[in-house]
Design a protein around this ligand. Structure first.
Ligand code: RB5
Length: 333
């Protein structure tokens, strides 16, 4: 769980203090763990003690956030060490940070990159342009982008927190031993499960099926039909598979398309969108797929469970298919 977020921009007079003030404002009523997150900001090239730009103060007032007493700060090593998530406003700022502090590799992201699941492929497309010296309307547009992105950040952090709670209360679900799928070497297959709001009901059906059939799995949420952005959910599950914690992922959205696209952006993932049993079988046998995606608005629960069953029981055929899968993975380089 993220406990300490540091926003970084260039001068710490516009974007990063606005982001910090907005996030504080958005979290201030929360009584859960998110309400306890420590939030600060600093600048790569700040003039210590400089006030926030008057336009930033004015625009933030409209969001109920007070920047009138803000004083610009430089990055401090202690603060960097304490932060578990450091969010920059541009790709260049991230690169500069990593040049100065290479050990922060796992903690520094451009804000938009982090919202995509921290895929490590940030670029200028992730940049939030600097409003410094521009008319107040430019600041307003900057604040509107930040407001939207920070709301998405909150959803992402909340879903991570929910899945943590879910595991603590219900550590990787693992009922009676039975014959269901084992990995090579006899270890039980571990499955990461998740959905967006559109896939919630089907995801619950799949969780029930996995539980009753004796699969070991963790439900990464969502846990209600409240709208979320499907890339966030897809990234959480896909990363859990990509980092080796889980052997397979199952992700559900309305069509299965969005989560499939998002999951396939995570290095190491071969997500397969399957709406029939034959594809599910082939996805494992020929493509050595490690994430199954489906659309709850496309298939009913009966077919979906048959697809899940076939998929999980599938095995990679290897042989000539290995070199093809290797070629897929080489495309990531
Ligand atoms: C949500 O309405 C829907 O767009 C999403 O669940 C999924 O279908 C996206 O591909």
């Amino acid at each position: 769980m993220v406990r300490n977020i540091l926003f970084v921009c260039t001068g710490n007079t516009c974007r990063s203090p606005m982001a910090a003030a907005l996030l504080r404002q958005l979290l201030k009523e929360r009584s859960d763990e998110l309400g306890k997150i420590k939030i600060s900001s600093a600048g790569l090239y700040a003039s210590p003690g400089a006030p926030a730009s008057p336009e930033a103060v004015e625009v933030m007032r409209g969001y109920g956030a007070d920047l009138s007493t803000h004083l610009a700060r430089e990055l401090e090593e202690e603060e960097l060490a304490a932060a578990d998530l450091i969010l920059t406003m541009t790709h260049a700022q991230k690169n500069q940070m990593l040049k100065d502090y290479p050990s922060l590799q796992d903690r520094v992201f451009v804000l938009k990159e982090y919202l995509r699941g921290g895929d490590g492929v940030s670029g200028p497309h992730d940049d939030l342009p600097d409003p410094f010296g521009q008319p107040v309307d430019v600041y307003r547009r900057c604040a509107a982008v930040l407001d939207k992105d920070l709301r998405a950040l909150i959803q992402l952090l909340a879903s991570e927190e929910n899945s943590k709670e879910n595991t603590e209360n219900n550590p990787v679900e693992n009922p009676a031993e039975n014959s269901v799928s084992r990995q090579k070497g006899g270890r039980k297959m571990k499955i990461a499960l998740g959905s967006d709001h559109a896939g919630f009901a089907l995801k619950e059906e799949i969780a029930r099926y996995l539980r009753e059939t004796g699969y070991e799995f963790k439900d990464f949420g969502v846990f209600s039909t409240e709208a979320v952005d499907y890339p966030d959910q897809a990234a959480v599950v896909a990363r859990a598979v990509a980092n080796g914690q889980f052997d397979q992922g199952i992700i559900i959205c309305g069509t299965g398309i969005g989560v499939s696209m998002a999951a396939n952006k995570i290095k190491g993932i071969r997500a397969a969108l399957c709406h029939d049993v034959f594809s599910a079988q082939m996805a494992r046998a020929h493509n050595d797929s490690n994430v199954l995606t489906m659309g709850a608005r496309v298939v009913g629960p009966g077919l979906a469970l048959a697809i899940v069953e076939t998929y999980l029981k599938g095995e990679f055929a290897g042989g000539r298919h290995q070199q093809r899968v290797d070629k897929i993975m080489k495309l990531e380089e």
